[in-house]
Design a binder for this molecule. Structure first.
Ligand SMILES: CCCCCCCCCCCCCCCC(=O)SCCNC(=O)CCNC(=O)[C@H](O)C(C)(C)COP(=O)(O)OP(=O)(O)OC[C@H]1O[C@@H](n2cnc3c(N)ncnc32)[C@H](O)[C@@H]1OP(=O)(O)O
Length: 216
């Protein structure tokens, strides 16, 4: 695949950004605020006397958003249009409050790479990243690595090795790279390391070339 030709790819100093850049759009600002709420909810004092009022206000916000929500089928068509593809996923999507969101660059050596700091909503063992969250992030990153390598497929198998606990609250380097294509079988590897290079998680994925049609 020719570097920089994908509609979601923007060329930056260190590589080509494969994820949607956060925009100064109301939906991005509202999603960032929702992300703050999820994080703050886990951090706030359990005895905070205002939590009843918080629940009321948040429910009123949810009521408002639901009142303005089109039919799911209609929304799905919109989501899968153009750059929307990368705006709503649970790993990189600036419009998805459960996404950290991770920003990924495509590098000339064929790999993709990003740095992210995960906080309390992603916790598994005390102070550490939940293993399922690591697998989620890597599954997606391998999918983007496939796209960067000019392929796409469905995850058939994701073999995940947890080498050491993955720390919260510090930058983690996430990488992915397509290693081989054999007919419909695409093999892709990835890892999560600390900023000083300690390997926390490594994965080997088998993807099967198959396109699920976009909603229309
Ligand atoms: C420039 C770029 C910008 C970026 C631009 C954005 C890009 C945006 C990226 C989005 C990135 C999202 C990344 C998330 C990726 C998911 O989350 S995908 C969702 C999770 N995965 C699923 O739901 C898959 C569910 N499973 C299935 O649908 C089907 O089982 C599969 C995997 C498609 C295979 O079914 P099938 O098409 O009928 O194929 P089948 O004939 O069964 O198997 C084909 C071959 O594979 C083998 N195989 C199949 N399954 C397995 C298995 N589990 N183990 C071993 N072998 C297997 C078979 O044995 C067979 O081998 P051969 O006999 O040919 O040697």
């Amino acid at each position: 695949m020719k570097v920089g030709t994908h509609p979601t790819a923007a060329t930056h100093a260190h590589g080509t950004v494969l994820t949607s850049a956060p925009q100064d759009a109301p939906v991005d600002r509202a999603t960032a605020a929702a992300r703050r709420v999820v994080d703050a909810m886990l951090r706030t004092d359990r005895g905070n006397a205002n939590l009843d009022r918080v629940a009321e206000e948040l429910n009123s916000i949810a009521d408002h958003l639901e009142e303005h929500a089109p039919e799911v089928a209609e929304r799905l068509i919109d989501m899968w249009n153009g750059e929307g593809v990368t705006r709503h996923d649970p790993v990189t999507g600036p419009e998805n409050a459960i996404a950290p969101p991770l920003v990924l660059e495509g590098l000339e050596d064929g790999s993709v790479r990003g740095t992210v700091t995960l906080t309390m909503p992603y916790q598994g063992p005390p102070g550490c990243v939940h293993g399922g969250v690591s697998a989620l992030i890597l599954d997606h990153v391998l999918g983007v690595a496939n796209a960067w390598g000019g392929k796409s497929g469905m995850t058939a198998k994701l073999e995940t090795n947890y080498h050491r606990p993955t720390p919260l609250f510090e930058p983690l380097v996430i990488t992915g790279r397509l290693v081989s294509v054999d007919g419909r079988k695409i093999r892709t590897v990835g890892s999560i390391t600390t900023a000083d290079g300690q390997l926390c998680v490594s994965v080997e994925g088998l993807f099967i070339d198959k396109t699920v049609p976009r909603p229309r």
